[in-house]
Design a binder for this molecule. Structure first.
Ligand code: AMP
Ligand code: MG
Length: 378
């Protein structure tokens, strides 16, 4: 069954890849994983283009990993060898097999399976991620909580069994969520969930963390200009080779085709968005999305459609995008204004857009059905 699914995913991804890159230089390729259970990483061949604007060569490859479409684009004076991309995709694979709660053999799954029973040895990265989770939980008074797993499972958003749960089931799952009941032993490098049924879910921060590690690797390999896109989490390496800023589109949360509503100019930093359009299911008139308020046990509806965070590291952007979405416009904007080097663009249900004060002319609104407002206009 699993194998059939893999083939189905592979085929649809191959179609997607060929549709996305008609001028790719060769056939689609795969890469054998070296971690976890035996599996193959689905990825494209290199697409190589001469970029007239920067007078460099862009080499890009795509893959389907961590449940998302990944594109890595490197600008250099020569083509980037396939081996560099092999290293990048293997690194992503290593982290996926450490942190995914849907992979049976991952460290996070082992921690979850031993909830209420015993501490589990984990890698430094898992300790680091859980600590980051605890930091943002404390900052949001528990609205952001990496022990959200039981509610994520209950709603099943993004899976075939997504459905509105009963009040009893929702309340029961809410009782299992509490980031203060995670014990981290930094000397022994173990994590223990104090109560049976607790479950860690790192879905809100893992992509950002992995993007940061990919950036480290690209720099280590000697490349200074690149753009890393993990399913919309974009992290840039340096500026463009001609010192121009990168221009990254901000998704229009109301568009089903994925069109953009604005442009952000980035230099050596990250943009991560959280919104109602990422994963959802419809029941009646309501669109149930995947960001869950642990205090109500249900997707958070507060008039926000999306928030995009600009930050130096992608893990902070990822954690903050989810946290700020849960905090809502007023509290979220106040948090962003209190943090150095962090900016945000909020897109609201009523077509208003709020931009944090430090963003200046780095955000350009392109979709005219939206209006930029400030909190004092309210
Ligand atoms: P993002 O797209 O980065 O906002 O992350 C959304 C993902 O984070 C969901 O798919 C869940 O896996 C997880 N999640 C949902 N609600 C919460 C929450 N309240 N705190 C932490 N993680 C959450
Ligand atoms: Mg996030």
């Amino acid at each position: 069954m699993k194998y059939v699914k893999l083939i189905a995913v592979s085929l649809s991804f191959m179609i997607l890849l060929s549709a996305c890159s008609p001028s790719s230089t060769g056939n689609e390729q795969t890469l054998e994983s070296t971690v976890g259970e035996e599996h193959t990483i689905i990825r494209s061949a290199s697409k190589v283009t001469n970029d007239a604007q920067t007078k460099t060569i862009i080499t890009s490859q795509e893959s389907f990993q961590i449940g998302t479409h990944i594109t890595i684009k490197v600008y250099d004076d020569k083509e980037v060898p396939k081996d560099a991309f092999d290293q990048i995709f293997s690194l992503i694979d290593t982290y996926e097999y450490m942190v995914s709660k849907t992979i049976n053999t991952s460290e996070v799954t082992e921690v979850n399976n031993n909830a209420g029973l015993s501490p589990v040895n984990v890698s430094d990265s898992v300790v680091e991620l859980v600590e980051i989770g605890q930091k943002y939980a404390a900052l949001s008074d528990g609205l952001f909580d990496v022990t959200i797993g039981p509610l994520v499972d209950l709603w099943g958003i993004g899976t075939e069994h997504a459905a509105v749960p009963s009040d009893e089931a929702r309340i029961e799952s809410m009782g299992k969520i509490d980031y203060r009941k995670i014990d981290i032993d930094k000397t022994d490098k173990t994590i223990f969930l104090q109560e049976a049924g607790m479950e860690i879910d790192l879905g809100a921060i893992a992509k950002g963390f992995i993007a940061d590690r990919v950036k480290d690797l690209i720099l280590e390999l000697g490349y200074e200009h690149a753009i890393i896109n993990l399913g919309g989490n974009v992290l840039t390496v340096g500026t463009k080779p001609n010192s121009d800023a990168w221009q990254v589109g901000v998704r229009d949360p109301q568009s089903s085709s994925g069109s953009t509503m604005g442009i952000l100019k980035l230099e050596d930093n990250s943009i991560v968005s959280s919104g109602i359009y990422e994963r959802f299911f419809n029941a009646g008139e309501i669109r149930y999305h995947h960001i869950i308020n642990p205090k109500t046990g249900a997707p958070e509806f507060n008039g926000m459609y999306s928030v995009s965070i600009v930050s130096d590291t992608s893990v902070d952007g990822d954690a903050l995008s989810t946290t700020v979405f849960l905090l809502g416009l007023e509290k979220g904007l106040a948090l962003i204004e209190s943090l150095p080097n962090i900016e945000a663009v909020f897109v609201m249900e009523d077509q208003s857009v709020y931009v944090s004060s430090g963003l200046g002319d780095r955000f350009i609104l392109t979709e005219k059905s939206y209006t930029i407002k400030s909190i004092s206009d309210q």
